[in-house]
Design a protein around this ligand. Structure first.
Ligand SMILES: [Zn+2]
Length: 372
């Protein structure tokens, strides 16, 4: 960093710390004592992490400024489904040493409480440091980076429509044979690392519904309008602060809207009324969406597995828009899900794992609840 730049950053940090002693910042100097890497976390982000720290997306793709310092972000999602910033850093290198330092400082700032799960891109320089610094966090690759290559449509089908690992393996093998891709190194490597990105391997973990870099895309819009490639480093703190204020305002507005306005029920299902009371408006809309789609799912078979356990086979329809076509050529296909209902504990578990992975009760479970 140039002299004026590091002074501007340090001044900003001092002001922030004076205003709130929970503001965290850390810097790494090179052998000559020059500022190399900086990481900082707002007091508000530290508080938000306590509530919304289950799943974190770590992104290093946001604009590289003219000084060639990547701007890396820790991003989470709040109860309104909005992206929230959980810390950021300007780094001098994209190597293991630098990321190790970033992860260590950030974790230290968050009271050494790692997230349950973390999403990153495929960079090898992040993988090892993450394993070392946060060994208990489930690490997942952002699928968008993987899908953004050829065979996109076919791969998407294999990945998203396979509920079980077995299903994925069968479809993958069929795809490889069909397109004669046995010698494709890229796909072979991806397959070896399938536990890092295929949904079927991830259904036991809570992801707040995060699958792709959707969070990162919206964190880009977080800073868009405030930061550009041409933002000088000395201007950076003010622009960053303005972006943060805007986001705080968005959350306050959403909170106010939720307390004033109650969305009307669309179905007669008792489940819907329960979530109307306990979820925010955005999350409640996701439940309503399931209620609406429930009209298309039917229990086809009911098997008494034991005295207290009933298994249901539920027929459902999924809609598919063929790649590159408009929405009026949507086709639908039948799919079957299996769900179990424990008559004693009243616990229902569905194959699709929507509740476990995103916190939204699925239409198959709603169907059984209504049925019983
Ligand atoms: Zn389900």
């Amino acid at each position: 960093m140039d002299g004026g730049d590091s002074v501007a950053m340090m001044t900003y940090f001092q002001e922030m710390q004076a205003a709130n002693h929970n503001f965290f910042h850390s810097q790494w100097l090179d052998a000559e004592g020059r500022l190399k890497d900086v990481l900082w976390v707002d007091a508000r982000s530290r508080a938000a992490y306590e509530e919304f720290g289950d799943v974190v997306c770590f992104d290093a793709t946001y604009l590289t400024n003219p000084n060639d310092l990547p701007f890396v972000n820790f991003v989470g999602v709040n109860h309104h489904g909005q992206s929230i910033l959980l810390g950021c850093a300007l780094v001098s290198h994209e190597d293991c040493d630098t990321y190790r330092w970033v992860f260590r400082q950030w974790l230290h700032c968050m009271n050494d409480t790692p997230p349950k799960a973390i999403l990153t891109d495929q960079a090898a320089s992040m993988r090892k440091p993450l394993e070392e610094v946060m060994p208990t966090s489930q690490h997942r690759w952002c699928i968008w980076h993987i899908m953004y290559q050829y065979l996109k449509v076919e791969l998407k089908k294999v990945v998203y429509e396979s509920i079980t690992v077995m299903e994925f393996e069968n479809r993958w093998n069929a795809l490889i044979v069909e397109y004669k891709l046995q010698n494709n190194d890229w796909l072979c490597d991806l397959y070896l690392e399938r536990h890092m990105w295929v949904s079927a391997f991830m259904i036991h973990y809570f992801w707040v519904g995060m699958k792709t870099t959707q969070r990162v895309e919206s964190i880009n819009s977080f800073f868009d309008g405030f930061l550009t490639r041409n933002t000088k480093l000395y201007e950076f703190p003010q622009k960053y602060a303005a972006a943060m204020d805007k986001r705080v305002g968005d959350e306050t507005d959403a909170d106010a809207k939720c307390s004033k306005y109650i969305r009307r029920l669309v179905s007669g299902f008792s489940v819907e009324a329960v979530f109307q009371k306990i979820y925010t408006d955005t999350k409640f809309q996701e439940v309503q969406n399931e209620c609406t789609r429930m009209m298309f799912s039917y229990p086809r078979e009911e098997i008494q597995v034991s005295d207290t356990l009933i298994q249901y086979l539920i027929e459902d329809r999924v809609w598919v828009v063929p790649e590159g076509k408009s929405e009026d050529v949507i086709t639908d296909r039948k799919m079957f899900y299996s769900a179990t209902f424990n008559t004693e504990t009243k616990v229902i578990c569905c194959d699709c794992r929507k509740f476990e992975t995103s916190g939204i009760i699925c239409r198959h479970i709603i169907r059984i609840l209504e049925h019983k």
